[in-house]
Ligand binder design. Structure first.
Ligand code: HEC
Length: 176
């Protein structure tokens, strides 16, 4: 049986063609849309002086979501990772200890880049009698992969929008 021949049943053939042309139309539409999108994105044609497609969020965008003292799951994850990796030196809630500085204060003047650099590479205060060491966490995936969220949690604490203790999650009941 030759493959390029449909069943021969006229009705079936008709249905096939109908389906096919529908498909073709859809494909053509999709192609046209893709083209349109591409030409919009093309430099020169696009609003070149306007915000580029990969524009970053505004500089004043907060690195956390906190509503009425409640946090989203990113901030909550940051809280947990902080507890696992940083609390033993920097104290509960980023409030500092006799060994390591209060990160709630540090983040009032440190940039995010400085924060990340310190956590990844560690630091030792060699210019004073203080021999306390900030370990390098660059090889610790639990810290590296969650660094944005640890930062977000600490920044929320530093900005004063989040109190001490285990944060409540947005949408949770009060007794959670
Ligand atoms: C073993 C103890 C220890 C642990 C664990 C630790 N730190 Fe530190 N950290 C320190 C010490 C000590 C310093 C101060 C170092 C110095 O004076 O140079 C410090 C400094 C820092 C600073 C710079 C603060 C400033 O004001 O300059 C940041 C940021 C920081 N730590 C973040 C973290 C984060 C985030 C974690 C968890 C992922 C963490 N640290 C875990 C001991 C620790």
């Amino acid at each position: 049986m030759r493959r390029d021949r449909p069943t021969g049943h006229p009705q079936a053939e008709h249905r096939m063609v109908g389906k096919l042309s529908g498909l073709l139309a859809t494909t053509a539409l999709a192609a046209a849309l893709t083209l349109a999108a591409a030409s919009l994105a093309a430099p020169g044609i696009a609003r070149a002086d306007d915000a580029p497609a990969d524009a970053k969020p505004p500089a004043d965008a907060k690195p956390y979501v906190v509503q009425n003292g409640r946090v989203d799951h990113h901030v909550f994850n940051g809280y947990r990772r902080y507890g696992d990796n940083c609390l033993r030196c920097h104290g509960p809630d980023g409030a500092g200890s006799s060994y390591a500085p209060a990160l709630v204060d540090s983040l009032k003047h440190m940039t995010k880049e400085q924060f990340e650099d310190t956590v990844i590479n560690g630091r030792q205060d060699v210019n004073t009698a203080n021999q306390n060491v900030m370990p390098a966490f660059g090889l610790n995936p639990d810290v590296v992969e969650n660094l944005d969220e640890i930062y977000g949690y600490l920044k929320a604490r530093s900005d004063g929008v989040l109190g001490r203790g285990r944060p409540k999650k947005i949408g949770d009941d009060d007794d959670n």
